[in-house]
Design a binder for this molecule. Sequence first.
Ligand code: LLP
Length: 404
Amino acid sequence: MMNMIILRKKMISKIINEFTTPFYLYDENVIEKKIQFLNNLDLNFSHKFYFAVKANPNLAILNTIKRHGFGAEVVSAGELFKALRSGFDPSNIIFDGPGKTEFDLKYAITQQIRSINIENLDEIDFINDYSISKGLVTNIGIRINPNIDGYTMEKITTGKTGGKFGLSLDQINFESFSKFKGVNLTTLSEHIGSQIIDHHQLIKSYKELISLADNLKKNNILIETLDFGGGFGVLDHSDKKMNFSEWEKDLNDALKKKSYKIIFEPGRFIVADSCELISKILYIKKSGDKNIIITDCSLSEYLRPALYNIEPPIEVSSNSKKQITYDIAGGICESTDYLLKDVTIPEVKKGEYIKFLNVGAYGSSMSSTYNSRPRPLEIMMNKNEYRVIRSRDTLEDLCKNEIM
Ligand code: LLP
């Protein structure tokens, strides 16, 4: 075990010396362990996990996840394209999202994916008409808004009335579905938010869906699949973990004697802990009583601290005994471009490294080229091997599609 840790450390130092910062460094093994954890849960009902591609759409990462038997949950034509490119079979892809364009829908319909989960009633007419025009029948689901709080950050809660997600029950006339010959209603879905620690809220939302499907059955409307969404929280900016053993027990109880096929759509849980964003200290300056570190990583490479005020865990390479309180900022010309404020760490020097940990979910996927910064390199290691899985944007890439 000790040897493994030392080897891993050595490998990371080698990679840090070989490549120019900033870059995302993934450990495939961590992703595999998270997948194994979910696959080893003791769930007594038919189920399948669909990775939420939005958490990390890198082709190599998608391919790793696909090879371990997961499906993919996508929310745009772009994600669908990447899921297909990375090897997912269309029958293992589901399409969610509150704002699907006609282009998204046409693409999803012609690929004959497992299910398109609608969140607007108008989607049905379009899916129906287009499917009939192509001689197809498309499987659809309806995303229900259960009005249940995920007790997570306000900005990533999605299951409450008044929000833009899903449809509330009083808006849906289930009897009317049989008139659509181009669609087949197979699924009820929901997703009440992300980074959820309180499993009771998840279970409560699952139970809503189960009882809705049970009631529909009484009226001869048969639902085959219940899609419970994602949202499993990780140790991130909170010090609490989701209690999977209670979640598993409560869920087995709720589904006793039921024969629904169950879908989960975890994103963050699979990839969050697998990645460190490696950055270098460009400058250290004083401003009033503040000590400010300026790194070569900014909100363009990691938006979550600026957007959600989260405090990412970090590691520094310094082993100075002297502790100093710093603000850590990026080089973007925006006063919100801080990665951490008032963090006390060993004294650091220009040229040393800062690693931002747990950046695998919604890190690279929410990065941008703001301030015309090339998007960074992405590297994946696994035990004693590593490879580039996305090359750094070139300056030419920044001009791509522009005409002078
Ligand atoms: N299914 C649906 C319908 C979703 O909208 C999402 C995430 C997921 C599954 C996956 O959720 P997860 O297991 O990753 O929690 N950018 C935010 C997170 C936004 C999540 C959006 N929807 C962040 O960085 O915290």
